[in-house]
Design a protein around this ligand. Structure first.
Ligand code: ADP
Ligand code: MG
Length: 350
């Protein structure tokens, strides 16, 4: 692992890095039938993942992808002791040397934090913990407890100097909003470098694809109906894209007041973001950005999301509002198929 409080002797640290980076992959089999996919189910990052790749190099690419997933989990998990994030969260204000992946993710989180007026704020973690979303021991915190914790929530307090990161004391982060998107990107990179031209992965419902199906037709990706358990609401065609959803049905509980509380927190008040949206899907080329944005736009709500899309037209979105309506962008209109009982209409961005 790269995560180390800065004081470790340099030689020891480099030995550690050398060993850490040379874990070998044990891959032997070759997929002879180009039309048969190689499939792999993985449980990591607290989620079920399915990988599927075609072609003669698929087996090797899948094996490497699985190893990469575990490697990233070890670096990025907030709960695994010795991960970069765990080291940062337990650094008591000291600087920590972290892996390149961690730097990339934190930099992107700060950038999207800026672009969304702080809707994405990875320092929300202590508030998330207070609600019990990290342990499943859910509770509605006292308002003054939330306000006290919010004093330490501000992503602009994170300082980055090359691979050295420091958080002020009492500031803690987690990358749950964007780690899976990055993981998907990394898998696609491995697939490409191994010569795979057709692959699709689902990382807990986040779908990322390489190329098209082997017959040249686009992948058909379904997005879940946020109001119905285990039912899809629409299907879109994609080639070489990420389709990433944040919804209020993924992790939630009902309070004693009968109200539903979910795991995406509005950093402006420390309560589950309740700005009119119950599901946000972002479709684009870069999984990391789509993932960060799916969480941020969920916090922003419908109007601010439409405003955001005006200045950032390279993404397509599918939004579901709490009054049961689906809105989607023009870019996916030709393939968008509504299979729900909700009305669906194109968002007019201009
Ligand atoms: P998932 O698909 O795993 O549910 P999301 O992309 O929807 O993930 O992000 C939700 C996760 O992001 C939460 O579990 C939490 O770790 C983190 N999170 C919640 N609210 C925010 C926020 N406003 N800014 C940054 N991270 C957040
Ligand atoms: Mg996200």
């Amino acid at each position: 692992m790269c995560g180390k409080i800065k004081k470790l002797p340099v030689i020891l640290l480099s030995l550690f890095l050398f060993w850490g980076c040379n874990e070998k992959n044990t891959v032997t089999t070759v997929n002879e039938n180009k039309n048969e996919p190689v499939l792999r189910d993985v449980f990591a990052m607290d989620t079920y993942m399915n990988l599927k790749a075609y072609g003669s190099n698929a087996e090797k690419a899948i094996e490497e992808s699985e190893n990469r997933i575990y490697e990233l989990e070890k670096e990025l998990s907030a709960t695994l002791e010795e991960s970069d994030i765990w080291m940062l969260d337990n650094s008591a204000g000291k600087a920590v040397d972290v892996c390149d992946d961690t730097v990339t993710l934190i930099k992107k989180a700060l950038e999207i934090g800026d672009k969304t007026g702080g809707a994405l704020d990875i320092t929300i973690y202590p508030v998330l913990k207070e609600w019990g979303f990290t342990t499943g021991e859910y509770k509605i915190p006292e308002k003054n407890r939330i306000d006290e914790l919010l004093k330490n929530v501000d992503y602009r307090n994170i300082s980055i100097n090359n691979n050295t990161i420091s958080l002020p004391e009492n500031v803690q982060i987690d990358l749950g909003a964007l780690a899976k998107g990055y993981t998907g990107d990394e898998i696609m990179k491995i697939m490409k470098s191994r010569g795979v031209t057709s692959a699709i992965v689902s990382l807990g419902g986040n779908v990322q694809s390489l190329g098209s199906k082997t017959d040249g037709s686009p992948w058909k990706v379904a997005v879940r109906d946020p109001f119905l358990e285990d039912k899809d609401m629409c299907v879109v065609d994609i080639i070489d894209k990420a389709v990433i959803t944040s919804g209020n049905y993924e992790r939630f509980f009902y309070g004693e007041d009968g109200k539903k509380y979910w795991h995406i927190i509005d950093p402006s008040d420390g309560y589950p973001a309740d700005n009119g949206l119950v599901s946000v899907t972002v479709i684009g080329d870069n999984g990391l950005e789509c993932d960060a944005l799916s969480t941020a736009l969920f916090v922003l709500g419908y109007d601010k999301t439409v405003e955001f899309l005006r200045s950032t037209p390279q993404y397509d979105v599918i939004l579901v509002t709490d009054d049961r309506k689906i809105y989607y962008t023009q870019g996916i209109a030709s393939s968008f198929k509504n299979i729900s009982d909700m009305p669906a209409e194109v968002i007019s961005v201009d």
